[in-house]
Design a protein around this ligand. Structure first.
Ligand SMILES: [Zn+2]
Length: 301
């Protein structure tokens, strides 16, 4: 059995056709260009789904449906809160819009939930019952899978770790999309690392997180240290709330060199019990979220 999975990120939209055992048969990605209007983004999502559908037909792959992962909160296929990225998609009935064009059954869920699903069935969490996944990218999100809980949809839960407020007294930052100051995403996401770097007077032109990491500037070091610390705090709260056996960290910013990841882990254990959960980096690669979105279509034990 196969399914199409589409991961809508703030930087890229990624699509796969995957088997129920987690093998990716076809993959495709396009740039999201997140400052566009919602219908233009939706059109690209549909065209990826359509491409994957046609390629599958050519190869006689049997497709069960389309799973969609999107940042934010989903209720009956509709995005009701978009976090700090892709806010223009709020209110859009993604499941309905795509079903109308593609004809397959469509199911949408939070992107971090999809990522956690992929990790728990095909990745680092394969041999564990309680698995948390954290996406550290343009935005920040978390998902939690409990394989012991077989109730309908009960086995997965998205955790808005990006909007846990970890620095309530901060005055110097603008309000985040969630309405708060000092939430994890506001201080530690890729987008906000860059924003804070320039707000504090960073000198490198067109810097991304990688350039900031490589920079010798004091400001660059401070912004990143803050990111490790506040995300570390956020993940420690996630650990206390969901008690996962393993936490898998993925997303674009998590691909910084090992020393960045080590600092993050240092902060997680500074705030959470050292022996509570194992922490690992995702090895599923760039299409992990899309694979998880596809696996929304497979019934699992
Ligand atoms: Zn927030």
């Amino acid at each position: 059995m196969n399914a199409i999975g589409i991961d809508i990120g703030a930087t890229k939209i990624k699509g796969v056709v995957a088997t129920s055992s987690g093998r990716i048969l076809i993959r495709r990605e396009v740039l999201t260009k997140a400052n566009r209007e919602k219908n233009e983004i939706l059109r690209d999502i549909i065209s990826i789904a359509d491409f994957l559908k046609k390629e599958s037909q050519k190869k006689h792959f049997n497709i069960k449906g389309v799973g969609i992962g999107v940042p934010g909160m989903i209720k009956s296929g509709k995005l009701i809160f978009g976090g700090g990225t892709l806010t223009q998609l709020v209110g859009l009935d993604l499941a309905k819009g795509i079903k109308k064009e593609i004809g397959f059954k469509v199911f949408a869920d939070n992107d971090s939930n999809c990522f956690a699903l992929a990790e728990s069935y095909f990745g680092a969490g394969k041999h564990y019952k309680r698995v948390a996944g954290v996406i550290w990218g343009t935005g920040i999100g978390g998902g939690f899978i409990d394989k012991n809980n077989r109730g309908r949809n009960r086995h997965r839960m998205s955790v808005e770790i990006g909007h846990f407020v970890v620095e309530p007294n901060i005055k110097s930052e603008p309000k985040d999309a969630c309405g708060a100051r000092g939430c994890v995403e506001n201080l530690a996401s890729g987008k906000n690392i860059v924003r804070r770097y320039y707000a504090m007077g960073g000198k490198i032109k067109n810097a991304g997180v990688k350039e900031i990491y490589r920079s010798k500037e004091k400001i660059a070091k401070k912004v990143l240290e803050d990111a490790y610390k506040y995300l570390g705090m956020g993940i420690s709260i996630l650990i206390k709330r969901t008690k996962p056996e393993i936490v898998v960290i993925g997303g674009g910013v998590s691909s910084l060199p090992q020393s960045a990841y080590k600092k993050l882990v240092y902060y997680i254990y500074r705030y959470a019990d050292k022996f509570s959960s194992k922490i690992v980096k995702s090895k599923l690669g760039n299409f992990g979220g899309a694979l998880g979105a596809a696996s929304l279509m497979f019934r699992r034990k």
